[in-house]
Design a binder for this molecule. Structure first.
Ligand SMILES: *Cc1c(COP(=O)(O)O)cnc(C)c1O
Length: 406
């Protein structure tokens, strides 16, 4: 502070005693920081320890600091949205072995946009006709295996296409006709269908029809990020806000150059399309890029071991209770992480899965768990912050003991 400023400052200080006695450091100190708001508290919104997993209803996953930093950096500048998507897209494509890529507002949006791009190509008139395909000359059907019939396939219907469900390769070949736009595959149910990945891609090649795959919840393993691009799927979609821990409302559409270019005609900043509402802001584009890059670089073995250690801790605490048995398994497909099932003998531990869920939810701190059965609950540790496994272990043991197990 310059001498004159200092004098002016002192002239504003109430003359209690002598201003000259105020230590210089005090005069120079920054004003006390504005009280830090706790918005969740202010709003009365319950926060909790997430021992459940990456559920949209529970707001997915927590972004790493480097993702938040990228978002903050993004928030401080303007740029052209298309230029940012071009440049980030090229980097992402190189990371995942695809010809091209674009950050979308999630895997669901990626499915709609990828298919929309296939239907219209670069024809702006066609872009503006979606989702009304009748009489336009555009294709209008997507073939999917019955075992792959899940809610998220609605993303494909948003284009105006009909979904045709088949079971065998022979049925798929029979269903293929001049209206077939796409053969879509769902990785999380791959083992339930009769047709596997390679055969699906081969079917598409044989009939010259694009193939797509939904791998929304399918990292880890990290190699899935490029496996299906390498395999030859025309486009691949994944969520950004699950295990990758990017922005919860972001995801990736990766695939053939011409599909991604056409998909972007259906995205902001452009309107006159079905995807204007699937906006991804620059902050999320940057956040998604950094999240992906760091996710690929991170030590996956180390992370897995940490998950095993935390799972073992909760496991040990739970099965110490009389009447309780546990098992740890890893799903073969989707949400591939150690999953602890805690079950109990209802004659010894007198609480239902639902009641235990409520007790954990109502405790301090509040804890959310995953699946609930009559006499069982499911727990995963991958969304815990370091150290929270201790709290989860203690609370579960406490409630099971109180219910009569000892
Ligand atoms: C989560 C999920 C989606 C939706 O992904 P978003 O990124 O939330 O749009 C689609 N398909 C499957 C299999 C999922 O698990």
């Amino acid at each position: 502070m310059q001498r004159r400023t200092l004098l002016r400052y002192f002239s504003l200080v109430p003359m209690a005693g002598s201003a000259a006695l105020i230590p210089f450091a005090t005069a120079k100190a920054a004003p006390p920081p504005a009280e830090k708001r706790n918005l969740f508290k202010e709003l009365g919104v319950r926060t909790f320890i997430n021992a459940a997993g990456t559920y949209t209803a529970m707001t997915g996953s927590l972004m790493h600091d480097y993702v938040v930093n990228a978002i903050q950096q993004g928030a401080a500048e303007f740029c052209m949205l298309d230029e940012l998507q071009d440049k980030v897209g090229a980097k992402i494509a190189a990371l995942v072995h695809s010809e091209a890529a674009v950050v979308t507002s999630g895997a669901f949006a990626g499915m709609t946009l990828g298919l929309a791009g296939i239907l219209t190509g670069m024809d702006q008139h066609k872009v503006e006709q979606l989702p009304h395909l009748e009489g336009t000359g555009m294709k209008s059907e997507v073939i999917i295996q019955k075992a792959h019939d899940i809610v998220y396939n609605h993303a494909l219907k948003n284009t105006g296409c009909k979904l045709i469900y088949v079971e065998t390769a022979a049925e798929a070949e029979q269903a293929i006709n001049e209206r077939t736009a796409l053969l879509h595959f769902l990785n999380i149910e791959a083992d339930k269908g009769k047709i596997l990945h390679e055969e699906w891609v081969a079917l598409g090649r044989k009939h010259n029809i694009p193939t797509s795959i939904d791998i929304a919840a399918d990292v880890p393993p990290v190699s899935n990020l490029w496996k299906f691009n390498d395999m030859g799927f025309s486009f691949v979609v994944i969520s950004g806000g699950k295990a990758i821990r990017g922005p919860q409302s972001a995801g990736l559409l990766m695939g053939k150059k011409e599909i991604i270019a056409a998909a972007r005609l259906h995205m902001p900043p452009r309107g006159f399309n079905i995807g204007r509402g699937f906006k991804v802001n620059k902050e999320e584009v940057l956040g998604m890029y950094v999240a992906l890059e760091k996710y690929i670089q991170q030590d996956h073995d180390k992370e897995w071991k940490a998950w095993e250690t935390a799972t073992a801790q909760i496991d040990t605490a739970a099965k110490a209770v009389n009447g309780v048995t546990t098992s740890i398994s890893v799903p073969a497909l989707g949400n591939v992480t150690p999953t602890l099932q805690i079950s109990w003998d209802a004659t010894k531990v007198k609480v239902t899965g639902k009641e235990l869920q409520e007790k954990l939810r109502g405790g301090h701190p509040s804890i959310e768990i995953g699946g609930v059965g009559d006499n069982s609950i499911t727990v995963t540790v991958w969304m815990l912050k370091p150290g929270q496994e201790k709290i989860v272990a203690t609370r579960i043991r406490e409630e099971l003991s109180k219910a009569g197990g000892w």
